[in-house]
Each structure stands twice: as C-alpha cells, then as structure tokens.
Design a protein around this ligand. Structure first.
Ligand code: PLP
Ligand code: SF4
Length: 368
C-alpha cells in the first residue's frame, strides 16, 4: 500500500459520498481559483499557500460565509498572508515531537502512552496546525513497512498502555489500512486502549461510515478525540458522524485550539462546549493554548487572555462541558494546565482558596 491510497480508496456504495466531498473541495493551490474570493484575496491566499499545504473538503467549505472576511471557518482553512511572517521565538517542532522520537513515526514522552503517526496527510489542512512542518517535510502517507519499527518498539515496551494514532489524520486512511493497524496493535498484549486524534468528523463527516467504525472495533477500548473549534462546525452531518461512533461504542472527547478571531470569545466557547456535550455526546477534554507554530502569531492569544476565558467559561458551564485549558510546553515539557488556579496562598495547614463566587475562604486541613 502506498501513500497514494490515503483518501483515494476506490470503494463502492456509501463511501462514494466522502470521496465526492473531497473531489469537490480544495485539493491543490489551483483549486483556490474556484472559491468566491476577490482577485486580491485569491492572490494573497495562493502566495500564502507556500507556507503550508492547502486542502479542504466541500462539506467544510460550505460552512463558510464568504460575505464575512473574518468568518471563523474561513480563518481555519483559507491561507492568509500573515502565515508568511515567522515571529521570533516560533518553532518548527513546537512541542518537541522529534526530540522524543526513538524510531520513525513514533513519539514516546510519557511512559504509558505513545503517539503513532500512520500518515502525515490530512483531509483538511488547518492553517494553525502545530505539526505543519512535519506534514510538509515528511508528508508521506501510510505504508505497512514504514510502521514496522514503531510497532516493534511498542511490542518491546510493556509499560505502554495507550496507542494514540495521530499525524496527519489517521481517519484519512482507508478502512482496510485502519483495520490492519488496529489488528497489529491489539496483538500486543500490554496495549489496552486505542486513541485516535482526528479532524475528519468535523471536516469530512461523510467519511465516518459503518465500515470505518467496524475497522476499529476489536479487543481494545477505542477513544476518538475530535477537533471542533467553533459551534458553527456542529451540523446535522457532524451529529450523524458522532452518533455513528457512539453507537459503535467509542468514547468521544474533543480538543480545541484557542484561536484569536475564531473562538476567543466566552460566548463562542460556551456554545461550543455545550453543543459538543449536549448535541454530539462529545466531552470537551482540552482547550489548547496556541502552540508556537511558525506564522501563527496573528491567531495566538496571550496566556492571560486564555486564563480569563477559561475562568469565565468554568462559571458558565457544568463540569462535563468544561475543558482543561492547557499549554504544551516546548522541548517535551508536556501538557500542563494553565488554570484558573483557585489557590491564593497557604499558612501551614490553612489554605486560602477562592470559591466559584470569587470570595476567598480559609480551609483548614484536618488529617489523622
Ligand atoms: C498530548 C500527548 C499525549 C497525550 O496526552 P494526554 O494528556 O494523555 O491526552 C501523549 N504523548 C504526547 C507526546 C503528547 O504530546
Ligand atoms: S487535521 Fe490535525 S494534523 Fe492535520 S492540519 Fe489539521 S491540525 Fe494539523
């Protein structure tokens, strides 16, 4: 199987819908010409596409309000000239994936879980992607041979419990490739859970077919971590896709990236988190502070802004609707919460803790 099979499986029947969706979308820079952009906007987008690949299925492009130059869906997929400006301090490998990669296509930073990269291709190329350098410089799709060293590594490391398929987008692979990868992983006895980090349910929901879910079902607990960033991405089609995955028995979580001009308003985050949980049955898991990916300064908020949003969000939504606001530290520091912290101070066994009402209370620890 070669990289050419990613997203290009010739399969009959129900799968035709998603293939049409891909074909009718933007697949190359030249396809930008078909979009309702002004000549100046088009020229700017074509030029900016040099910084990062361009791709978006029709279903996702259809969510864009082209009359709004600041449309939050458009901002996520149409290249902007700002991407050509690399700010000082931005990093090609913003979270240290490469430094913790003992074999190709695998990152092992936390003892019990690994990232496995079956492909470096996606159904949609997000402008803010923190792995855009890898997607460009490695760029390759799935081959059985390319994954062998990573699978051997997982088999040799009995502390590994979770295998996280990421990339690239693992759900851009054909069903038979997914089934093959799943079978190889579940044959390793110490692995308990298969996790899939994907934007496909958002950008190409027609790809979530019963064939796809069947290809992932087996011995392992399956968790799908979706990537919704804005409530307008939640549609009847994404609802169907998530229902299909829930009915297959998968646990659904979501991670969002905090993006200036897309979702940096508390009303937007509130609606996003509520609709994820109440309509899609997807639990908001992480809200990521914008990574130091090159050319993304125009979409990054400050940490203080993110903390204020996270604090206000927590006041408005229930615990199950509330994500953890995290930063992924460069050089492999991992994901750590940025607050809000409710601890104001401590005097021996008495802690001063701020309540949800904003009042600070003294809490005296009592232990035997
Ligand atoms: C994000 C990440 C994980 C998963 O972390 P969780 O906190 O369990 O979601 C695992 N390994 C690496 C290298 C990561 O970047
Ligand atoms: S789908 Fe994920 S890996 Fe692919 S471009 Fe978007 S953020 Fe990056």
């Amino acid at each position: 199987m070669t990289s050419d099979t990613d997203l290009k499986e010739a399969a009959p029947g129900a799968d035709a819908a998603w293939q049409d969706d891909m074909r009718a979308g933007v697949r190359h820079v030249r396809d930008l010409a078909a979009l309702p952009l002004s000549p100046a906007e088009r020229a700017a987008a074509q030029q900016a596409a040099a910084a990062h690949k361009v791709r978006a299925p029709k279903a996702y492009l259809d969510l864009i309000d082209w009359d709004d130059p600041n449309d939050p869906i458009r901002a996520q997929v149409i290249p902007s000239p700002d991407e050509l400006i690399t700010a000082e301090g931005e990093l090609g490998d913003p979270i240290g994936d490469h430094a913790f990669s003992p074999v190709p296509r695998l990152t092992h930073r936390h003892a019990d879980r690994v990232l496995l990269f079956p492909t470096y291709q996606c159904a949609v190329y997000c402008r803010f992607c923190f792995r855009k350098e890898s997607l460009t410089s490695i760029g390759r799709g799935y081959t059985r041979e390319a994954l062998e060293p990573a699978l051997a590594y997982i088999a040799q490391h009995s502390e590994i419990r979770e295998v996280i398929l990421t990339g690239g987008d693992p759900l851009s692979l054909p069903d038979n490739a997914l089934a093959e990868i799943r079978a190889r992983i579940e044959a390793i006895p110490h692995v308990r859970l298969l996790r899939i980090h994907t934007r496909v349910p958002v950008a190409l929901p027609s790809r979530i077919t019963s064939g796809l879910t069947a290809s992932l079902q087996g011995r392992l607990m399956v968790t799908v971590v979706t990537h919704f960033n804005h409530p307008r991405e939640i549609t009847p089609d994404t609802e169907t896709a998530c229902r299909t995955m829930r009915q297959a028995g998968f646990v659904l979580l979501n991670q969002s990236v905090l993006l200036k001009g897309v979702n940096d308003k508390v009303d937007v985050l509130e609606e996003l988190c509520r609709e994820l949980m109440y309509r899609l049955g997807v639990k908001p898991y992480y809200l990521h502070h914008g990574d130091l990916a090159p050319g993304m300064a125009h979409r990054r908020t400050t940490i203080a802004e993110g903390q204020a949003l996270a604090a206000e969000l927590r006041k408005r939504v229930s615990g199950i609707c509330n994500p953890t606001y995290v930063i992924d530290l460069p050089d492999g520091g991992g994901k750590v919460p940025l607050g809000p912290s409710h601890i104001e101070g401590r005097d021996n066994e008495t802690w001063r803790i701020r309540g949800q009402d904003g009042k600070v209370r003294a809490y005296r620890e009592v232990v035997a």
